[in-house]
Design a protein around this ligand. Structure first.
Ligand SMILES: Cc1ncc(COP(=O)(O)O)c(C=O)c1O
Length: 439
């Protein structure tokens, strides 16, 4: 394969300046300096072209700079850019009505608009405490919910997110996520692993540690994102929902990464047949313009005037971009995510038959993960190999990102075509050949 000579001269200058003036806390994957993008293609400042299988971490759902989204942004910018959340505008209410139509529950939804995923999570846990009058929240090991104090306290995917920042928000208990590839409990006859985790929650946590009557909510990613693109084991969500109903605990789903059509349904939770009470959204909701939402059942969003607010919530440009995004998803990209997702999964499943270093291929729609191991029997994670592959993909013209300790995530724009998948997979396979087999 012919490798790109990257970073090129222009990229190097920008990166040098970046290192001088920008916070060193950002975890940069590799030296890609973007110039422009179109759909699934991106170009760096030195003119190198790449296929983008990361979509800005599952953000540009409609692809880079989709003309319809660009037009919506331009038209809104010419009318007005900001009015403040103390007043009203039409696109904001139209978007909230649309979110109610697509919310994963029967009841009417009411939305609080935010500027990021973490802010959606903050809003959701504040609402859960306010509405229930209870304080305790259950979250999952491996979860990623963001980096502000509440969201960070719920996060448990890597210790680096907590190191140096204690004390965390009070009142959070973490329990194991039902990872079917790496189970940590044995099951009884006839019990699924998902049910086993919920039994642990009830028999151990809610019996020995956390009084159910003090527990406001359980927050969970329907598919863990940053933690490794982990799809929960069978039986998990129905059992979890039953537990929530039994004890009057709210179910919050963090759909920041898995939502907005990525799995071929509006929300990943719809793949598991249960209704949450609150949904956290962001990322793909506005194709890259910062916007998020706390979408709750009307009977749950009971906070009073002034209880919660922000300056930029419902920003007119963000709402316009979001309405255009939702229209595009409705027209074709939602079904494309399903169809192209199974096409891509087929390709990755094939690669698993070819390379022993691939321990697991999983996911739904265009939210797919490939986990690398040193040995298929021991499942010892191979993070070093994953990092090498990620880097080499970049040098060969494929933008791809890792997640978890040893997984590569496949989260391309939802408009991706078969030809673009083929192109990306050819690069990926070539890199596997080179890095694993040395050929
Ligand atoms: C599931 C999930 N929740 C919350 C967040 C935080 O979103 P943001 O980075 O926009 O604050 C992320 C970001 O990756 C996420 O994947």
């Amino acid at each position: 394969m012919s490798k790109l000579n990257v970073p090129g001269p222009k990229a190097q200058i920008i990166i040098e300046k970046d290192h001088k003036y920008i916070s060193p806390s950002y975890p940069r994957a590799y030296p890609f300096v973007m110039d422009h993008g179109k759909g699934v293609e991106v170009w760096d400042v030195d003119g190198n072209r790449y296929v983008d299988f990361a979509a800005g971490i599952a953000v540009v759902a409609t692809g880079h700079s989709h003309p319809k989204v660009v037009r919506a942004i331009q038209e809104q910018a010419e009318k007005f850019i900001h009015i403040s959340s103390d007043l009203y505008h039409e696109n904001w209410t139209t978007l909230a009505e649309k979110l109610s139509d697509i919310a994963p529950f029967e009841e009417q939804a009411v939305s609080f608009m935010t500027n990021s995923g973490a802010e959606s999570v903050e809003g959701a846990i504040k609402l859960a405490r306010y509405h229930t009058g209870k304080s305790q929240i259950i979250a999952f090991l491996g979860a990623f919910h963001g980096r502000t104090y509440g969201a960070m306290s719920l996060t448990a995917s890597k210790t680096k997110y907590h190191r140096g920042f204690y004390p965390m928000l009070n009142g959070i208990v973490h329990v194991p996520f039902p990872d079917p590839y790496r189970p940590i409990f044995t099951v009884r006859d006839g019990e699924t692993y998902g049910e086993r985790i919920v039994r642990y929650l009830e028999e151990e946590i809610l019996t020995k540690l956390l009084p159910p009557e003090d527990t406001a909510a359980i927050i969970v990613e329907p598919i863990q994102g940053e933690g490794g693109y982990v799809v929960p084991a069978e039986g998990f969500f129905p059992a979890l929902k039953e537990l929530c109903e039994k004890y009057g605990i709210l179910l919050i789903v963090d759909e920041v990464q898995s939502g907005m059509g990525r799995t071929g349904k509006w929300w990943a939770i719809e793949n598991f047949g249960v209704e949450p009470d609150i949904v956290c959204a962001a990322k793909g909701i506005a194709s890259g313009i910062p916007l998020g939402a706390v979408i709750a059942k009307k009977s749950v969003m009971t906070w009073k005037v002034g209880a919660h607010g922000n300056t930029y919530g419902g920003n007119p440009i963000a709402c316009a971009a979001s309405l255009a995004t939702i229209e595009l998803l409705e027209e074709s990209y939602l079904s494309n995510a399903k169809e192209m997702g199974s096409y891509l999964k087929g390709k990755l499943d094939y690669l698993k038959t070819k390379y022993n270093a691939i321990g697991d291929v999983r996911g739904i729609g265009l939210m797919l993960g490939v986990e690398f191991v040193k040995n298929r029997d021991t499942k010892e994670p191979d993070g070093e190999l994953r990092d090498k592959i990620e880097h080499e993909c970049f040098r060969n013209g494929l933008i791809i990102l890792g997640c978890g300790k040893n997984t590569i995530r496949f989260a391309p724009p939802l408009c991706i075509t078969r030809a673009e998948i083929d192109e990306g997979i050819t690069i990926f396979e070539g890199v596997l050949d080179e890095v694993i087999n040395g050929s």
